[in-house]
Design a protein around this ligand. Structure first.
Ligand code: GYE
Length: 338
């Protein structure tokens, strides 16, 4: 009897003590990704996908805009119709978003901009932005080139540079082009041409091949991302020229951005690409932190810049400086890449 009584008590008390955890509501996020043009972009998509999982309490609606703003606008309208909790937008270009962002605002859906920026009349059309300082990236790369050529005793007027740009109107293009143009002005370098290649390897190769045919004097190719740099490298080699930092021997020096694709870092280690300004694509956790801030009823910072470095396989420059701020150069080694 006593045992039965005790057992009964045990059962009853365990029922009473069991705390009922209310199930956390699933948060629906509509993400309009601009496309799949580069390794940076693939890493960025993967970061978003692996962050906004069911396990983490999210349902992610992922739409690939295939490089077209009209597709991205359609995606945002679909998200509004589906009454998602948040819209995340990685915009292909800066302008042309006012109308659709107003629609999202009218529907009461917060919009977080990621990676590239939007240029809108009313800043209240988006909640906040997280991404890179693209002009600073450009200025860091140019500072490295200035320092390097000074150490090599190459007069500024002997630098004949071409800018292989990203898709025109994208923040990454605008900032990186500006960063170079500013250094060209300041240093008296020769900017031979600036041509868009949409951040792709195929276009990078095509554009570089034509430029090399037209301008024999080119000795620096400033590629606005790694995929273009890989294309430029192919074009240089196909033209029977050599990529490298020995300008006095007729080599062509390549500068690049991102540092995401292993192959590009490997080429930087080997000296085929001389310097890469890092651009970090892992925005998933950063966007998640923003959404958590909003879920908690708090206000996130309007603009958040990611801290980034600069890479080179050449050990002669360990630090560069922009506007009096010093940035260490990561000298690449095998272990860094593998
Ligand atoms: O550098 C490039 C990509 O917007 C930062 O877009 C991004 C850029 C990145 O295609 O590889």
């Amino acid at each position: 009897m006593a045992a039965l009584f005790l057992a009964g008590c045990g059962v009853r008390s365990s029922v009473v003590e069991e705390t009922v955890v209310p199930e956390r509501r699933e948060i629906v996020v509509g993400f309009s990704q601009l496309g799949a043009e580069s390794d940076w972009r693939s890493a960025n998509s993967e970061s978003m996908r692996s962050t906004f999982t069911a396990e983490n309490g999210y349902k992610l609606l992922f739409e690939d805009g295939q490089q077209k703003q009209s597709n991205q606008i359609t995606a945002i309208r679909t998200f509004i119709q589906r009454e998602v909790d948040y819209i995340v937008l990685a915009p292909v270009t800066e302008t042309g978003w006012d109308t659709v962002l107003q629609e999202a605002k009218d529907a009461g859906i917060p919009v977080v901009i990621v990676d590239r920026m939007v240029d809108v009349e009313d800043e209240d059309l988006f909640t906040c932005w997280v991404g890179s300082n693209f002009e600073l990236e450009g200025r860091k790369a140019a500072a490295w080139l200035k320092r390097f050529t000074e150490l090599q005793d190459i007069p500024p007027e002997d630098l004949h540079i071409v800018d292989i740009q990203g898709n025109l109107g994208a923040s990454a293009q605008i900032g990186r082009t500006k960063g170079l143009e500013r250094a060209v002005e300041e240093n008296g370098w020769d900017l031979v041409a600036a041509v868009p290649a949409d951040f792709t390897q195929a276009k990078g190769r095509e554009v570089t091949a034509l430029l090399l045919e037209e301008h024999e004097e080119i000795n620096v190719i400033y590629c606005e991302n790694d995929n273009e740099a890989l294309g430029a490298l192919e074009a240089i080699e196909a033209a029977g020229r050599k990529a490298g930092a020995n300008l006095k021997e007729g080599e062509i020096l390549i500068i690049s951005f991102d540092g995401v694709r292993k192959e590009a870092l490997q080429y930087a280690l080997e000296g085929k690409i001389s310097c890469i300004a890092e651009c970090n694509p892992l925005h998933g956790p950063r966007v998640r932190a923003i959404l958590e801030t909003l879920e908690a009823g708090k206000v996130p910072d309007k603009l958040s810049y990611v801290t980034e470095g600069i890479y080179s396989g050449d050990a002669s420059i360990t630090q560069i400086s922009v506007d009096g701020v010093n940035y260490p150069v990561t000298i690449l080694t095998d272990s860094f890449i593998s």
